[in-house]
Ligand binder design. Structure first.
Ligand code: ADP
Ligand code: MG
Length: 252
């Protein structure tokens, strides 16, 4: 998938903690006291039914929504008083929809943020973007428009774009859900590689294989609460609650 001798990332791993996070939209209590702790260099997958608050949790953790109460810590230090833009630069995000700019080349899509936000000049940003594209196996596609690529390739470009910002943490929100089944594998392989390299990751996914085999811990949410959390073998082999048992019976 990626260039074998080039690691996808070289960041010093950090831990991420959310403590007793609450968020309501009007009278809809979407997060009702969520705790999450992701050890430095580990991957936590978040599973749960649609509408349980998984995407909102990610958006609160990078402060796209401000929590109404609770705390967010990186390496044990609260980041709630930091500039939110600074926090967001530390966290790379990959969504179900790739959100690539259609009128720009693949290379420019990856080079844009490093130029605008990290202050690289255009030569440096180009070189960086080419390197990142090489890591996801798409250097040869640098000059084409995103629409000429498969969904799986576009998602790998989106991952390269996130990695070009040199994030300390990566969030994936159903990154493979919009892909045709045969394209899922390549994206999951890349996510697996990132996990194994020791990137700190929070992955919302319906891919139970990934949750089980790759992630270090699993968090099961329902109705804005964490119902169960622990190592994958515990949750998958011995779910303690009826809610998780029912959920697994539906998705497995
Ligand atoms: P999941 O990702 O688990 O499917 P979400 O976090 O997307 O769940 O949504 C949880 C709940 O929050 C849903 O009831 C949804 O309608 C509501 N919600 C999410 N985002 C918003 C928003 N920006 N404004 C109002 N309600 C929202
Ligand atoms: Mg969601």
């Amino acid at each position: 998938m990626s260039t074998p001798d080039l690691p996808l990332t070289q960041q010093q791993p950090v831990s991420l903690t959310g403590r007793d996070l609450h968020l309501s939209f009007g009278d809809n209590q979407v997060l009702r006291g969520v705790d999450i702790h992701v050890e430095a260099g580990t991957t936590t997958t978040v599973i749960g039914p649609s509408g349980s608050g998984k995407s909102t949790l990610l958006r609160v953790l990078n402060r796209l929504h401000e929590p109404q109460s609770g705390d967010i810590l990186i390496d044990g230090r609260s980041v709630l008083r930091d500039n939110p833009d600074r926090l967001r630069r530390r966290i790379g995000m990959v969504f179900q929809q790739f959100n690539l700019f259609p009128h720009m080349s693949v290379l420019d899509n990856v080079a844009l943020a490093p130029r605008k936000l990290r202050g690289l000049d255009s030569e440096q940003a180009r070189a960086l973007a080419l390197r990142e594209l090489g890591k996801v196996g798409l250097q040869a596609k640098a000059e084409v428009r995103p629409a000429t690529l498969s969904g799986g390739q576009q998602q790998r470009v989106a991952i390269a774009r996130a990695l070009a910002m040199k994030p300390q943490i990566m969030f994936f929100d159903e990154a493979t859900s919009a892909l045709d089944p045969e394209l899922v594998k390549g994206v999951l392989a890349l996510m697996t590689e990132l996990s194994q390299e020791g990137m700190t990751m929070v992955v919302v996914t319906h891919e139970m294989g990934y949750a089980r085999e790759v992630s270090d811990s699993v968090l099961f949410m329902d109705h804005g609460r964490v119902i169960e959390t622990g190592p994958p073998v515990q949750l998958f082999e011995a779910p303690a609650t009826e809610r998780l048992q029912n959920f697994l019976a539906e998705v497995l």
